[in-house]
Write a protein that binds this ligand. Structure first.
Ligand code: NAD
Ligand code: DAU
Length: 357
């Protein structure tokens, strides 16, 4: 691994991964390739200032010519593919963009890699995927292993499942050296505040309602983004080509418990706030259509084969995340000033007051 193309490197996990890789592997050069959609921002990469080690290229993963050029110009030998439309709620409102980016975009990258690498074995295409491809788990079902059948239920999950199938097809049909990681819910710095954790932190600090979908009893597995980045690096370097590895945190509170924990952290940080205690801001609102009740990944394979362990306890990770958002006013102001963010919040939250309990 010398020249790494990180697609979606200006987004949440991608930007954390770029920073992680630069620090962990001093010999590696990175090209971040990103379209800078609403979810991507150069603000997420602002502190990276060594052009000999990291360059940014603005581009679309669906643009084959542009992808070919970046792969050839930078002698790319490793692709770590994060670029995607990533928010389930947006996939319900506008699924077309998810098919375009997640399916056609992944296909375009695979074609570019197949053409550029033509049979080479000293290369790697790593695809970043999600636990959502397996669909909702029954309350008493065992965690899913890498052998479980796919059953995606949202347009987002279906588009990620389709991209996973394409990646595997390129491994079996063309011998492309691929790996896939399927991960649970990430949290940490630089996450766009449309997702549960940062949305609750930002709304809570502003004294706005904290919208919990339905009864809030849904279960996600939470993983600090640093742990995800370390897992991806281990898989890219030491994972077996053709294999899928699950990445999880082993933390499964209900959504309501996550929000309550965040409220307690906000109480501690802003004890004099007019709206404290922050839990008084919690509002149960109409549920997400087709809302998956529970995800739970078995990540034994990653632990036993590659020795990876999640290092961040959820309590510490959430506290650090609240502190990061509290100390990142300029970053947050840039996000909150964007037209897209204003539109999304106005459309989905400021008018969403359908209380069910
Ligand atoms: P994000 O929405 O924060 O970032 C996505 C990035 O992709 C943005 O920088 C955006 O500009 C870029 N992008 C979008 N369309 C593009 C295109 N056509 N061409 C080039 N760039 C484009 O997403 P994230 O939360 O960082 O997720 C990254 C990856 O990890 C995604 O593939 C997602 O499915 C997967 N994943 C996310 C989580 C999570 O909890 N966030 C968990 C498991 C897997
Ligand atoms: O499981 C991995 C997936 O996690 C990733 O593949 C996705 O890219 C990522 O967005 C995330 O999907 P979720 O739908 O689980 O994340 P989100 O933060 O949108 O929601 C987490 C849970 O919280 C979910 O059950 C819905 C609920 N929720 C979310 C929001 C934004 C609320 O109750 N209220 C909210 O306002």
């Amino acid at each position: 691994m010398n020249n790494v193309l990180v697609t979606g490197g200006a987004g949440f996990i991608g930007s954390n991964f770029v920073r992680h890789l630069l620090a962990a592997r001093p010999g590696v050069r990175i090209v971040t390739y990103d379209l800078l959609t609403y979810a991507g921002s150069l603000e997420n990469l602002r502190d990276l200032s060594d052009p000999a080690r990291h360059v940014f290229v603005h581009g679309d993963i669906c643009d084959r010519g542009a992808v070919d050029r970046v792969v050839a110009e930078h002698g790319v030998d490793t692709v770590v593919h994060f670029a995607a439309e990533s928010h389930v709620d947006r996939s319900i409102v506008a699924p077309g963009e998810f098919v375009r980016t997640n399916v056609t975009g992944t296909f375009t990258l695979l074609e570019a890699a197949r053409a550029a690498w033509a049979g080479r074995a000293d290369v790697r295409f790593h695809h970043v995927s999600t636990d959502e491809v397996y669909g909702a788990l029954a309350a008493d079902a065992a965690p899913v292993t890498e052998h479980a059948a796919y059953a995606p239920r949202s347009p987002y999950a279906a588009s990620k499942a389709a991209s996973d199938h394409l990646v595997r097809a390129y491994a079996t049909t063309y011998g492309l050296p691929v790996t896939i990681s399927s991960c649970s819910n990430n949290y940490g710095p630089y996450q766009f505040p449309e997702k549960l954790v940062p949305l609750m932190i930002v709304h809570g600090a502003l004294g706005k309602p904290l919208p919990v979908y339905g009864d809030g009893g849904q279960i996600r597995d939470w993983l600090h983004v640093d742990d995800h980045c370390a897992a991806i690096l281990a898989i890219v370097e030491r994972g077996r080509a053709g294999e899928t590895y699950h990445v999880g945190g082993g933390n499964q509170p209900t959504n309501l418990e996550v929000v309550e924990r965040l409220c307690a952290l906000l109480d501690a940080r802003y004890p004099g706030a007019a709206h404290a205690p922050h839990r008084s801001l919690i509002k149960h609102v109409a549920d997400r259509p087709g809302h998956d009740r529970r995800y739970d990944l078995d990540f034994t394979k990653l632990q036993t084969e590659l020795g990876w362990r999640p290092r961040h306890a959820l309590a510490d990770g959430l506290a650090a995340t609240v502190a990061w958002y509290a100390g990142s006013g300029a970053w947050l102001a840039a996000v909150r000033d964007s037209d897209d963010y204003r539109r999304w919040i106005a459309l989905n939250y400021d008018g969403r007051a359908v209380e069910v309990t």
